[in-house]
Design a protein around this ligand. Structure first.
Ligand SMILES: Nc1nc2c(ncn2[C@@H]2O[C@H](COP(=O)(O)OP(=O)(O)OP(=O)(O)O)[C@@H](O)[C@H]2O)c(=O)[nH]1
Ligand SMILES: [Mg+2]
Length: 401
């Protein structure tokens, strides 16, 4: 019996010891992952796409590969050594950034202009009939919107004829007729032309501060997105910061930039940019110019020279775009006349339409000089540049709030 008891106790103790060990072992050993599960989760590859205007400059491409200076034969006399920034876009050409998807609407950005005109037009509409006050209010509204005296007179004379002929009999149809006449005045070809062969040059001219460099940046991004290989020429040598600003835009757009020294010859920079583009298989040069000069040389004479130099083969100046600040009012018309007679402007870029209650200056320019308005700037962001749409613009001016 004693032996049996001892055996039972020994067996019981042995069982306990084994179970305890297993429990301890279970607690201490880490769990093995099942063979079917991957050891690590794959890294997340999808990142949210930034909006074009959120792209910080630092995000743009591998920068800073300074090219050797152009050879002496390539550069006309007096040219400073020229450097370039990296040409590799950080975006896949034609895919990102999707500028079109972000296209701001003229109407949304012109709220201030609508507020200005809606009072006058509301008053004209509310009377229903056409009387002396109708003509006075329309005239005042158009002058206030910066359409200018000449264009306003021409537009109202045309409307008076329609009223006289009985084609228009009440206020609502008078405003509709004004709308349609304004759209007609603003009709024009908005295309930005590429040369069939050679290196296309688009020159950007305009007085200082109107938005030339910013516009080049925005246009550069749009053209790179379309698949063009773009070179930006820092033809504004008035201050070094202007070339720095252009380089920053080039980096954002995935373009290259060619610059000279401060105070250097702008024509030489543009010439060099064309040679650079041709050598690297780039098809489009966007040339910045100064709105003012160091020397006493007349700005228009200097621009004529830049243009002549840019025309040297393989360069072909296909567009000379006059940049006008919409907030400068009738001064814009005077600028347009001067630049048009000096360098043969092919189109107008109207900037800062977002910051003005006006914008009618485009009607004055189109009426007076028959130069098409090609692009409008609607803000400082990289995506804030759209092709001018006459109907959308006129609706933004005249539509009730
Ligand atoms: N709100 C608004 N600001 C703009 C627009 N376009 C340009 N700007 C601003 O206008 C200012 C002048 O722009 P720049 O591009 O430097 O003008 P610029 O003609 O090159 O000037 P200079 O080099 O001095 O001759 C900058 O602060 C721009 O951000 C626009 O469409 N809307
Ligand atoms: Mg500039």
């Amino acid at each position: 019996m004693l032996i049996l008891t001892i055996v039972v106790v020994v067996v019981a103790l042995a069982t306990l010891a084994t179970t305890g060990f297993v429990v301890v072992t279970r607690r201490r050993l880490p769990r093995k992952p099942p063979e079917s599960l991957p050891k690590r989760l794959p890294a997340r590859t999808e990142t949210p796409r930034p909006r074009p205007d959120e792209i910080p400059p630092a995000r743009a491409g591998p920068v800073g590969t300074v090219a050797p200076p152009a050879t002496a034969e390539e550069v006309p006399a007096g040219v400073s050594p020229v450097g370039e920034v990296g040409v590799e876009p950080d975006v896949e050409v034609g895919v990102e950034p999707d500028v079109e998807a972000e296209r701001p609407r003229i109407r949304d950005r012109m709220a201030r202009a609508r507020t200005l005109l809606s009072g006058y037009l509301g008053s004209v509409r509310s009377r229903g009939k056409i009387d002396d006050s109708t003509w006075e209010e329309l005239e005042e509204a158009l002058i206030l919107a910066d359409v200018g005296v000449l264009a306003t007179t021409r537009l109202l004379d045309g409307l008076r004829l329609k009223v006289k002929a009985g084609e228009v009999t009440e206020a609502e149809s008078l405003i509709a007729a004004l709308r349609s006449d304004l759209v007609d005045v603003l009709a024009g070809d908005r295309e930005l032309r590429m040369a069939p062969e050679g290196t296309t040059v688009w020159l950007f001219v305009g007085v200082n501060g109107v938005g030339k460099t910013t516009t080049i940046g925005k246009v550069g991004l749009q053209e790179v997105s379309k698949g063009h290989r773009v070179v930006m020429a820092a033809g504004d040598t008035f201050r070094a910061a202007a070339a720095d600003q252009l380089e920053m835009w080039a980096q954002r757009a995935g373009a290259s930039a060619v610059r000279g020294n401060e105070g250097g010859d702008p024509g030489a920079v543009v010439f060099d940019a064309v040679q650079h583009a041709a050598a690297r298989g780039c098809d489009l040069v966007l040339a910045d110019t100064a709105g003012r000069l160091h020397t006493k040389t007349n700005l228009m004479e200097e621009l004529k020279k830049v243009r002549r130099v840019a025309e040297r083969p393989p360069g072909m100046v296909m567009e000379t775009l006059l940049v006008i600040d919409a907030t400068t009012g009738q001064n814009g018309l005077i600028q347009a006349r001067q630049f048009a007679s000096a360098v043969g402007v092919t189109g107008v870029v109207l900037t800062k339409l977002d910051g003005t209650a006006k914008g009618g200056i485009v009607v004055a320019i189109a009426d007076d000089l028959a130069i098409p308005i090609k692009l409008v700037g609607l803000g400082e962001g990289v995506g804030d540049l759209v092709e001018f749409d006459a109907a959308e613009f006129v609706d933004a001016l005249l539509a009730p709030q």
